[in-house]
Design a protein around this ligand. Structure first.
Ligand SMILES: Cc1cc2nc3c(=O)[nH]c(=O)nc-3n(C[C@H](O)[C@H](O)[C@H](O)COP(=O)(O)OP(=O)(O)OC[C@H]3O[C@@H](n4cnc5c(N)ncnc54)[C@H](O)[C@@H]3O)c2cc1C
Length: 491
């Protein structure tokens, strides 16, 4: 009987981070993926001659003091990434002028002052940027956060410094408080902008997001933003190649259905749709909701950490291919549009648009075409069923045509996905994606801990700490690995 050091569930960026660090330490792992393709919500797929992104389109984290950069340096893997000159543009459906989210802080502040009025914009953004620098720096210093065992507390304590003590209280204030502090709480246009930006970076609004995470999320565009040639699957495959070269195995189309812990033998038994395997440890890179449904011996207190559909989001997403090089005309490839009227069924009042990079000739079989991803949130995915998705598709087309992205005759192919497609693609309960949103009632130290039991089961991915976007799940994967190390699993 083969006994693996660790069996890892899923090939999302969370799982792959822990798997990569285990592989670097010569631990033989088996990685099981239910889908035919790897990467989960960070992936790309071919359809009708075009490469579409499965979920994520924007990428940060390759700068100094950021988790993705730390991880890739640890495993010595290089990604074919191009730095974007302008990270994003924001548009309002009925307004001509758009807002450019420059990476340079001064340039961005000047732009924000011109758009939202001069009052306190500089002070607000300088404060947010300082907080974001602190949060990113601390994330790689406090690698056993939130602490649970004495060894974690000891690690935390050893790495505590004055700036952490000074900034920690901001976890007790929400973004509404911050807007008030800078007297921006009556500037409705600015509040709408902040809310739409927080929705894509923290999955929630000003009242629910604490200042530490909110300020960091708002400064997403003030860090180096990257485009990966050929789609984000090319972030995933070099990591997988490294893991396989180090002797670990990856199986696609194999879904984990049950996990048992045999206390006497200190072994996990993993039953899939095809086989039964044994390992000393497991790392679940799938949501806590899914994990607890298949994990027979999970401690009962974990059930209290589960967030149900009413507080979660799925996504409505469209993949569009057009016979026009719009990406050469627009200054940015990522755009957010504030809608005049919310979309039918899902009530979303903004959409996010990402274009293939103008220099990337690998996303289409045909020259001079652009591949577009459009996405928006679907709140409470279990309840908010979409009866006729062609209505939403038409509303999105109308907005993109009105904003001059393209004309109807430019469209050569399109398709869309709802919570049902997400459920199939990722196996996530209710088809929820984007992880657990930020909630003000859940303080950073109360988030889901990487240890699932006291034996050898761990959790990473976007329902575990800190769980926001690719760079967040990467940090969660690093933390799961550090906790395994602290538990004596990596000798
Ligand atoms: C539409 C959309 C847009 C987004 N945009 C961005 C963005 O621009 N930038 C950004 O940074 N983030 C973005 N995100 C968020 C980001 O993509 C995710 O948070 C992140 O990729 C999640 O990684 P993960 O490892 O937690 O999980 P996943 O990517 O979901 O990976 C989990 C994997 O486990 C597999 N699996 C599930 N159940 C089983 C089972 N029982 N057995 C075996 N395998 C199983 C799944 O198939 C999946 O491959 C976006 C997400 C969505 C949905």
């Amino acid at each position: 009987m083969d006994i693996f050091h660790t069996i890892i569930i899923g090939t999302g960026m969370g799982s792959l981070t822990t798997a990569g660090l285990l592989a670097k330490n010569n631990k033989k792992c088996l990685i099981l993926e239910q889908n035919y393709l790897v990467g989960g919500c960070t992936s790309s797929y071919w359809r009708k001659g075009f490469v579409f992104e499965s979920g994520a389109t924007t990428l940060v984290g390759l700068s100094e003091n950021m988790p993705l950069q730390y991880f890739l340096e640890e495993i010595q893997v290089k990604i074919p990434a191009t730095k974007l000159e302008i990270p994003m543009q924001i548009h309002w459906e009925n307004e001509k002028k758009s807002l450019t989210r420059h990476q340079n802080l001064d340039a961005w502040i000047e732009e924000a002052e011109a758009f939202f009025g001069k009052k306190n914009q500089r002070a607000f953004w300088e404060f947010c940027f300082k907080i974001s620098q602190f949060v990113w720096k601390t994330s790689l210093v406090q690698k056993t956060f939130p602490p649970k065992k004495i060894s974690d507390f000891w690690h935390c304590l050893k790495n505590t410094n004055f700036s952490q003590l000074q900034n920690a209280p901001y976890a007790f204030y929400n973004m509404d408080w911050l807007l008030k502090k800078f007297q921006l709480h009556e500037n409705q246009k600015f509040i709408d902008f902040v809310n739409a930006q927080l929705l894509i970076t923290a999955q929630n609004h000003t009242s629910e997001v604490n200042v530490l995470f909110g300020a960091t999320a708002l400064c997403y565009t003030n860090y180096d933003n990257y485009y990966v040639e050929g789609g984000l699957i090319n972030l995933v495959t070099p990591i997988l190649d490294f893991i396989q070269k180090k002797g670990s195995l990856v199986q696609t189309r194999e879904a984990v259905e049950k996990i048992f812990y045999h206390k006497k033998d200190k072994l996990y038994e993993i039953k899939t749709n095809k086989n039964t395997y044994f390992s000393n440890n497991i790392v679940s890179g799938i949501p806590l909701n899914n994990t607890l449904e298949i994990f027979e011996n999970a401690p009962s207190y974990l059930q209290k950490k589960v967030i149900e559909s009413e507080k979660l989001n799925s996504a409505f997403q469209m993949g569009i291919a057009i016979n026009k090089e719009i990406n050469k005309i627009l200054p940015a490839i990522h755009h957010q549009i504030h809608l005049e009227k919310p979309l039918s069924y899902i009530n979303a009042d903004s959409i996010f648009i990402s274009l293939s990079h103008p220099n990337d000739l690998t996303r289409s079989d045909l020259p001079a075409h652009t591949v577009i991803s459009v996405s928006t949130h679907i709140a409470n995915p279990q309840q908010n069923n979409i009866l006729d998705k062609s209505i939403i598709e038409q509303e999105i087309f109308d907005v993109l045509i009105k904003k001059d992205f393209f004309q109807k005759e430019n469209v050569v192919y399109y398709h869309s996905s709802t919570q049902k497609s997400w459920e199939k693609w990722t196996n996530r309960k209710y088809g929820f994606v984007g992880g657990y949103p930020q909630f003000f009632g859940i303080k950073p130290w109360e988030m889901v801990e990487a240890r699932l039991d006291g034996n050898g089961a761990y959790l990473c991915g976007d329902t575990a700490y800190p769980g926001q976007g690719i760079v967040g799940v990467c940090l969660g994967g690093i933390i799961a690995f550090e906790k395994m190390k602290n538990d004596g699993k990596i000798k």
